[in-house]
Design a protein around this ligand. Structure first.
Ligand code: CTP
Length: 407
């Protein structure tokens, strides 16, 4: 978001108390933020607060001669790379839907050609009201991006859908929106993450220590690069990255079924999941009782999700992961060839390396290329990996174009 100019509209709702934090989240991503407040917003937070966090004079009034002289409202509407209204009250959504220009913010929304996103926040009954639903549907049909709302406890003491998304989620979503021309814009990316659980009996399973963090970071990075992202995840305790569609699964078989169902239209498949290699031959229907001193469990191989995808004639660009305790690069290269992958990201595990840790490092091998992504946080590595995938895809498109030209 470096250097991007965000016009942040704040309207009258209790969630306005979170908007100063949103300004900070946007600025820490390098964006310039100009805040515009409605009269209602000023009942909840003062312009001084926003001025302090944005470093810019807050605009509140269409008829403010001094502010208009500095930057007129049409100029301000053109200045913005994106407009975000957060919180967007029911009243503001109604005004936006009907094209009113009865205050500065509504006028700016009419006058801008930049993408507009709204983060609705209101009581759940107001959100469910047919009038609000119709306004939101109309806005969405006109290309306004509707972010949230989330459901949960509300300021009024009730519970339901209508909470504004958290500032961090909004910042991520806006970043993705601005990346609409990003490296993976228009691509559909399917990611697997986390461990799988293979059932032994109704209360026990075999699994592994994968936390899912790397896969979730990859999904988040792909989304931030403008892709449509579907995340098929084994059991993990991580929040879904904003804007990512998540499908929860348990076993390797479930994961394969979910992946095959989602594969159509996918251009990139990234397999970060630590899929169990074996499962009990038979899951006991009842809890296994301790009737003997030892217990033997016969196991069979699980389906290889990655290899299955890579073997399909309509395969997308296929990226695997390799977790190795020794000869990292050599083992990864063997896997790249054996599973017929386009790319593999390898890391060293064991002695508490990688699993469940925040940091990692990767060697990335593609056909005829080798990259190293040095020790860093998992999100930074994920961004690096996404950039390499985008580069490989671009090189491939280039080669096929040249091939066509020659042919
Ligand atoms: N994978 C998969 N389905 C499986 C097993 C693995 O999709 N049943 C994928 C993983 O998501 C990862 C890659 O395959 O992208 C890892 O390859 P694999 O050969 O399973 O790695 P290890 O288990 O580390 O290999 P090995 O047993 O050879 O040590």
């Amino acid at each position: 978001m470096q250097g991007k100019r965000i016009l942040l509209g704040v309207t009258g709702g209790i969630a306005a108390y979170k908007s100063p934090d949103l300004v900070r989240r946007l600025r820490e991503r390098g964006a310039e933020v100009q805040v515009v407040m409605t009269a209602g917003a000023r009942e909840f937070v003062t312009p001084t607060t926003f001025q302090a966090v944005s470093g810019r004079t807050v605009r509140t009034d269409l008829w403010d001669a001094a502010a208009e002289a500095a930057m007129g409202h049409i100029e301000l509407a053109r200045w913005a790379d994106a407009v975000l209204i957060a919180p967007a009250s029911a009243d503001f959504l109604a005004r936006l839907a009907t094209g009113r220009a009865d205050d500065l913010l509504a006028t700016l929304c009419l006058a801008t050609e930049a993408p507009i996103a709204v983060a609705p926040a209101m009581n759940h009954v107001m959100w469910a009201n047919a009038a609000t639903r119709a306004n939101v549907a109309q806005l969405a049909a006109r290309g306004v991006v509707v972010l949230g709302p989330a459901s949960g406890d509300q300021a009024c003491g009730e519970t339901g859908e209508g909470r504004m998304l958290e500032p961090l989620e909004l910042a991520e979503e806006l970043q993705a929106l601005l990346a609409a021309g990003g490296e993976l814009a228009g691509r559909r990316v399917l990611v697997t993450a986390g461990p799988t659980r293979e059932r032994l009996d109704p209360v026990r399973f075999i699994s592994n220590r994968s936390s899912g963090k790397m896969g979730f970071a990859v999904a988040q990075a792909a989304r931030a690069a403008g892709a449509e992202v579907v995340l098929v995840s084994g059991p993990v305790s991580l929040p879904t990255p904003p804007g990512v569609r998540r499908i929860d699964v348990e076993s390797a078989a479930d994961m394969l079924a979910a992946v095959l169902k989602e594969l159509a239209g996918t251009q990139v498949f990234i397999s970060t999941a630590a899929v169990a290699d074996y499962r009990p031959l038979r899951a006991a229907a009842q809890k296994i009782k301790k009737t003997s001193d030892t217990l033997e469990i016969s196991m069979e191989r699980t389906p290889d999700v990655l290899a299955t995808v890579a073997a399909r004639p309509d395969r997308p660009f296929v990226v695997g992961f390799a977790a190795e305790t020794e000869s990292v690069e050599q083992n990864a290269r063997t896997k790249l060839m054996k599973k017929n992958l386009d790319m593999i990201a390898a890391n060293e595990v064991g002695d508490d390396k990688a699993f469940d840790s925040e940091e990692n490092q990767l060697i990335v091998l593609a056909r005829g290329a080798r990259y190293e992504l040095g020790r860093a946080g998992k999100l930074a590595l994920a961004r690096g990996l996404v950039a390499l995938i985008a580069r490989e895809l671009a090189a491939r498109a280039d080669r096929s174009q040249r091939g066509t030209a020659l042919g």
